[in-house]
Design a protein around this ligand. Structure first.
Ligand code: PEP
Ligand code: MG
Length: 325
């Protein structure tokens, strides 16, 4: 099996009917890049920077962050590197940040909400480090857990202000750096047509989008039976986001677990997803699956799958489809 997959190393990720798909990886630390290169990832679709902040007793400095981001950008040698700004709160705690325990952590003081409240000591140093590192490769900035346009605008304005600061100091950075958002809340999905006119790219975070669409804590076993990206509600949300992004001509990726799910890949291709981001070890199998499909032929499959009313029907249908090929 391993040998069979190895033949996909170095092959382009192109569907049978000629659509080029970006097959990229999720990482948590600069060291993870080694595995990405080993499995022939075409870039980084999600660098979860919170791991740089965890397992230590104080915040990483701007310079420490710069080094980490630069290392990844250089190692990826011009390939896209999407770096997500700090996503703490929710289930991720960082003791030295002085956060009180939220009653409902996933609905509380998390990610961009926290960062915009802590501009001086947290967000600006991170964004400055990202901008400085952007001189060394193809870095893109991604804002997590966005629910409304104002959050994106505020983050984007900070980036612009920091660019001016770097200009004044004569420090190098990529003036055209892209700033995109994770689409992982119900609000962002419903407003995707509006966001698509302003942001540089979307990456759908199905781990949270499923949680926030189904109102089910992603870590709670008692209600995990409700947690499925194949639920028709979640599928409609995903399809809508992809359509809105495509209409405005921006890249639409996915960096949640669903991106590597063999039952979902045919549907995501049919919806028009441009980029699939997953753990490095899943890349070659995904390339095998994607290169075996023709997007045109998948349209009817997607249409049928979207006609069902329950997750069970969708799942049974997709399992049956997979077993036929
Ligand atoms: C997601 O929510 O799908 C995602 C990729 O981010 P995380 O799992 O880090 O919340
Ligand atoms: Mg998320």
């Amino acid at each position: 099996e391993k040998k069979e997959l190895e033949q996909y190393i170095g092959k382009p990720t192109v569907t049978k009917d000629g659509a080029s798909i970006e097959l990229v990886a999720n990482i948590g630390k600069p060291e993870d890049v080694e595995k990405v290169l080993h499995y022939d990832g075409e870039g980084i679709g999600l660098f979860r920077t919170e791991f740089l902040f965890m397992d230590r007793t104080s915040m990483p400095t701007e310079d420490e962050q710069f080094e980490a981001y630069q290392k990844v950008a250089v190692a990826m040698n011009g390939k896209p590197v999407i770096i997500r700004t700090l996503d703490i709160g929710g289930d991720k705690e960082i003791p030295y940040m002085g956060l009180k325990k939220d009653e409902n952590p996933f609905l509380g003081y998390r990610a961009i909400r926290f960062c915009l409240d802590r501009k001086e000591d947290v967000y600006k140093p991170q964004l400055r480090a990202l901008l400085r590192a952007s001189a060394f490769g193809n870095i893109r900035i991604m804002v997590p857990m966005v629910t409304c346009l104002e959050e994106y605008r505020e983050a984007k304005a900070l980036v612009e202000a920091l660019k001016k600061e770097l200009d004044e100091k004569g420090l190098a950075y990529n003036k055209d750096i892209q700033v995109g958002i994770m689409v992982e809340t119900a609000a962002a999905s419903l407003m995707a047509d509006v966001f698509a006119k302003e942001v540089d790219f979307f990456s759908i975070g199905t781990n949270d989008l499923t949680q926030y669409t189904m109102s089910v804590d992603r870590g709670n076993d008692k209600v995990s039976y409700l947690y499925s990206p194949l639920n028709p509600a979640v599928l409609r949300s995903i399809r809508h986001v992809i359509e809105c992004g495509r209409r405005e001509g921006i890249m639409v990726g996915m960096c949640g677990e669903a991106a590597s799910d063999p039952l979902l890949i045919p549907l995501l291709l049919a919806f028009g997803l441009n980029e699939f981001s997953m753990s490095a070890s899943a890349i070659l199998n995904a390339r095998k699956l994607i290169t075996g499909y023709s997007i045109k032929e998948l349209q009817a499959v997607a249409e049928k799958a979207m006609s069902f009313s329950t997750v069970k029907e969708v799942e049974d249908y997709m399992k049956e489809f997979i077993s036929r090929i």
